[in-house]
Design a protein around this ligand. Structure first.
Ligand code: PHE
Length: 530
């Protein structure tokens, strides 16, 4: 019905514009709604059938009191009229006889229509011109003042007020037509073949149209949107994505291979979720699924590789990865020291590496992939973005599960300065500049650095990540060559997402308290490149 109403108005406007050189909508369609008039005009103007200008103007209208004066005469008129009819009237009687007598008397004195005679009022004239009423009558008829200078006074006397009116002034446009022509929205093969495209009347694009809010369709979670941005950055920098499907991993990959001491507090029940059923896995070995995924990805990357020679000839023979040997190396390094390390010098507990845990960091995956690299040592860049679990007290900024973004780079002759340079380049792609580094401790990296960036909103440096050069005993135990160095870094996906979407409580982002409307309605992410 509303649509039909619009259509009628559109046709009425066409009719009016056809008959008049200029159509002022507020005069021609005084009762139509402003929005409908504008919609109809826009419909015609977008086809250049008409042109229009908008006039903002003010009109003067009567207040209730003003209308009463138009109907009955001004206060001064009423006072004069009463006095004239009585011939003489006591001030008191007059005050009681006429409403607004005080104002009326004052004005009637000024106009010399009446005067005081002792305690009484007597008329001074037999006929008066009620100018106030005439002025207001003009307003009633014209919605304007004959003399605009009266406005201030009449407004003060609350007899008139002003209101804004929008008038559209419409006339024929360059593509004027009396009827809305049939408009073609699709260019078809037939039109191309028979040449009718040349004369077809194509519907113009409306670039201002808002898309319809889609209902009941899927929406990407903000974390997934930010994740996609990170993935693009990594892919652009030549990284390969690691297979991170193994949420449940063993203590070996999550801790032991990374030289997290077996008595490390992070391994305690407070920080780590241990799986009770089944409670343990076999000794470390290949993960065929992960290997297949990585092989496929590396295959793809090789196809795209340019022909620059590698930093150093790296065609080393593919070694057979001996997981038992690797395990023995890790065990020996922990207990007695090896590969230049003096070790932790405790009796190694073979039960710990078999325990099943919900992985506490994605570095468990990096470790698996680095060990796999030992089969054919060469420069490599790996990244992953996936879920990790920590047995933490849940609050506004901590959940028991979150996502880590992690990158690992292996190459010959890498230095700490190179890591800093890389991190600067990486974070610059997300608009984070002016990085600061602070010495930190990780059991598996030395040196280690926390990464800070200036947060404009908070006006201070905030920690954005953790990084370091992997320790030689960790890499040598894997069978990687001595001069192949590896550095890595990690950050949470949640923190940049919360900053980006202005979410202050992590529970609004993840978990059962999430508002689905927020997930469906949130905007696409754009990392502001610096
Ligand atoms: N695993 C570290 C963390 O949980 C991140 C990291 C990855 C640090 C790689 C150094 C090297 O924060």
């Amino acid at each position: 019905p509303v649509q039909n109403g619009d259509r009628d108005l559109t046709l009425q406007i066409l009719e009016a514009v056809d008959e008049n050189a200029s159509v002022k909508t507020s005069e021609t369609f005084p009762n139509a709604s402003q929005t409908e008039v504008k919609a109809a005009l826009d419909r015609l103007a977008s086809r250049q059938m008409i042109e229009y200008e908008t006039d903002d103007s003010e009109e003067v209208v009567l207040t209730g009191e003003g209308q009463q004066i138009v109907d009955e005469g001004s206060h001064e008129f009423k006072v004069w009229d009463a006095v004239r009819k009585a011939g003489r009237m006591s001030l008191k009687d007059q005050a009681l006889a006429t409403p607004s007598a005080k104002v009326g008397q004052g004005n009637a004195f000024k106009l010399k229509w009446i005067k005081k005679d002792g305690d009484s009022l007597i008329p001074l004239t037999d006929s008066v011109t009620d100018t106030t009423r005439e002025v207001l009558q003009y307003v009633a008829e014209h919605r304007a003042l004959q003399n605009p200078r009266d406005l201030k006074d009449l407004r003060k006397r609350t007899l008139v007020t002003t209101q804004k009116i929008i008038t559209y002034d419409a006339r024929k446009g360059p593509r004027w037509a009396r009827d809305i022509p049939v408009e073609v929205t699709d260019l078809t093969a037939d039109m191309l073949a028979d040449g009718s495209w040349k004369t077809a009347n194509f519907k113009p694009y409306n670039f201002k149209a808002l898309g319809e809010q889609s209902q009941g369709v899927g929406a990407l979670h903000p974390l997934n949107k930010v994740r996609e941005e990170f993935r693009k950055i990594f892919f652009n920098l030549g990284f390969t994505e690691m297979p991170t499907g193994r949420f449940v991993d063993t203590g070996f990959w999550n801790f032991d291979a990374l030289f997290v001491p077996q008595q490390h507090p992070a391994r305690d029940m407070q920080d780590t979720f241990y799986v009770s059923d089944p409670p343990e896995a076999g000794p470390p070995g290949p993960d065929p699924e992960a290997d297949a995924a990585l092989n496929a990805m590396e295959e793809e990357d090789r196809d795209e590789e340019d022909s620059d020679p590698p930093t150093r000839p790296t065609q080393q023979p593919t070694k057979h990865l001996d997981y038992a040997q690797y395990y023995a190396n890790v065990r020996a390094t922990h207990q007695d020291g090896a590969f230049g390390s003096i070790g932790y010098r405790y009796p190694y507990n073979d039960a710990e590496p078999r325990r099943l845990v919900l992985r506490t960091h994605t570095t468990a995956v990096s470790t698996y992939c680095l060990h796999r690299l030992a089969a054919n040592p060469r420069p490599a860049k790996y990244f992953s973005i996936d879920r990790v679990f920590r047995n933490e007290t849940v609050d506004a900024t901590h959940l028991a599960e979150f996502h880590q973004v992690e990158g690992v780079i292996a190459d010959y002759g890498l230095t700490l300065g190179g890591l800093q340079g890389f991190l600067r380049r990486f974070f610059k792609k997300m608009g984070l500049v002016g990085l600061k580094f602070k010495p930190a401790y990780n059991p598996y990296t030395e040196p280690s650095m926390e990464v800070f960036a200036y947060h404009r909103g908070l006006g201070k440096l905030v920690e954005i990540g953790n990084s370091g050069m992997f320790r030689p005993e960790m890499l040598l135990a894997m069978g990687l060559p001595e001069d192949l160095r590896v550095y890595g870094f990690g950050l949470s996906l949640e923190r940049p997402t919360m900053i980006k979407y202005g979410v202050n409580n992590i529970r609004e982002l993840l978990g059962h308290k999430v508002d689905l409307g927020f997930i469906e309605g949130n905007a696409a992410v754009r990392l502001d490149k610096a």
